[in-house]
Design a protein around this ligand. Structure first.
Ligand code: GLY
Length: 381
């Protein structure tokens, strides 16, 4: 089943290279077309990552050339400095220039990725001990705010440490991950989307949400970012505690998905026939749970439980949520939600959903793990 689903995805991607031209897909808006932009959104790296995955899988120069063009575009983005105002530099450059470094050992791609890591370091706030997700330094609402999504940006810093042995990258990533573990993960293994701290002192204020159902709810994509983010940080930092946190979040996720194994947009949203799904949350969680399961000892009874959960959710995504067989649709996965709360693409394609869907398929079919860590060093420092 995985192989056929990958073949379908390769076809869609091949057509999308022409359809998108040099532009970048973000989300759809109620139809079967992606809204395109000139590499201005936080999501542009996912298109690059899809192209690198297709290139690795097929060795077809068509995908590689398109992937390299996206990296060139990311060089331009760095020069334009249009990435200053948020933390998603990790998403952007891990899957574009870092992917090229991982696949081809291209020195210019390595230099660009290190520049991106330095850019992300500018969002570290020593006074409060956190990486500021959104807004400018001192911003009244966002200056002392962390969000769980940031965990996927940390591998950029941890990779930079691996490359340079500059301790500062690792220190910052570790402190931020530890703070996230302490304040975003709750005792019942659910999670806050965001948490506020006093900007001057770092004193904890309260948990909250941005895209979830309410401040105390568990936004499913946030939980998925937590599963994969803590699993990746634990790989780099060799932290048993963080690995255990990833496992806890994974257990919660698996226990709370509905019968068809694909998550609603928030675990606490009332469930009716109208409740939206977030297929992207299930795709991200699948990648994170695979990252966990593959590192568990084969005798660990939870290993098979995790692998079965991935099998179930991916089979459901392929059969019930993917666009397989369609020649006109531009997305790989239907029924993603950007923000149900904000009414922003609540039941649409979202390019990160497509990326993680393909990453999970390629892990399952060929053991290609995406571009969050360097396979040669295995992310171990
Ligand atoms: N990282 C932004 C989102 O998941 O919507």
């Amino acid at each position: 089943m995985w192989k056929n689903a990958i073949e379908d995805a390769l076809q869609v991607t091949r057509s999308n290279i022409d359809r998108f031209g040099g532009r970048f897909p973000h989300v759809s808006n109620g139809d079967e077309h992606y809204v395109l932009n000139d590499n201005t959104e936080w999501t542009a790296g996912f298109w690059s990552g899809i192209l690198w995955l297709c290139s690795e899988y097929t060795q077809d120069p068509l995908y590689r050339e398109a992937a390299v063009r996206t990296v060139d575009n990311f060089r331009g983005r760095m020069e334009r400095k249009s990435i200053f105002d948020h933390h998603d530099i990790g998403f952007l450059y891990s899957l574009s220039s870092k992917a090229q470094w991982i696949v081809e050992r291209d020195p210019a791609a390595r230099d660009l990725t290190l520049e991106a890591a330095d850019m992300l370091m500018k969002r570290w706030r020593e006074e409060s001990g956190l990486i500021q997700a959104w807004g400018r330094k001192g911003d009244v609402n966002n200056g002392g705010r962390i969000i769980i999504d940031c965990l996927l940006n940390l591998p950029l810093l941890l990779w930079a440490y691996e490359q340079t042995h500059n301790e500062e990258y690792r220190r910052v990533a570790k402190l931020h991950a530890e703070k996230s573990r302490r304040f975003l993960v709750r005792g019942d293994d659910s999670s806050y989307h965001t948490f506020y701290f006093d900007q001057a002192t770092g004193e904890a204020i309260r948990g909250g949400t941005h895209q979830g159902y309410n401040d105390g709810s568990t936004w499913t994509r946030g939980q998925a970012w937590g599963i994969y983010g803590f699993a990746l940080c634990s790989r780099y930092l060799q932290s048993a505690e963080m690995f255990e946190t990833a496992r806890r979040l994974a257990r919660y996720f698996i226990a709370h998905v509905p019968e068809d194994h694909v998550a609603y947009w928030d675990f606490d949203a009332p469930q009716t026939s109208e409740t939206k799904r977030d297929s992207s949350a299930s795709a991200i969680a699948a990648c994170g749970i695979l990252e966990i399961a593959e590192r568990l000892d084969p005798t660990d009874p939870e290993r098979q439980f995790f692998l079965d959960a991935v099998q179930n959710s991916m089979a459901s995504l392929v059969q019930n949520y993917s666009t397989h067989g369609s020649e006109t649709e531009e997305g790989l996965l239907k029924h993603g939600s950007y923000s149900v709360r904000g009414g922003d693409s609540p039941d649409d394609y979202v390019i990160w959903g497509d990326y993680f869907y393909l990453e999970a398929l390629m892990r399952l079919e060929r053991g290609i793990p995406g571009y969050w860590y360097d396979r040669r060093s295995n992310g171990r420092q």
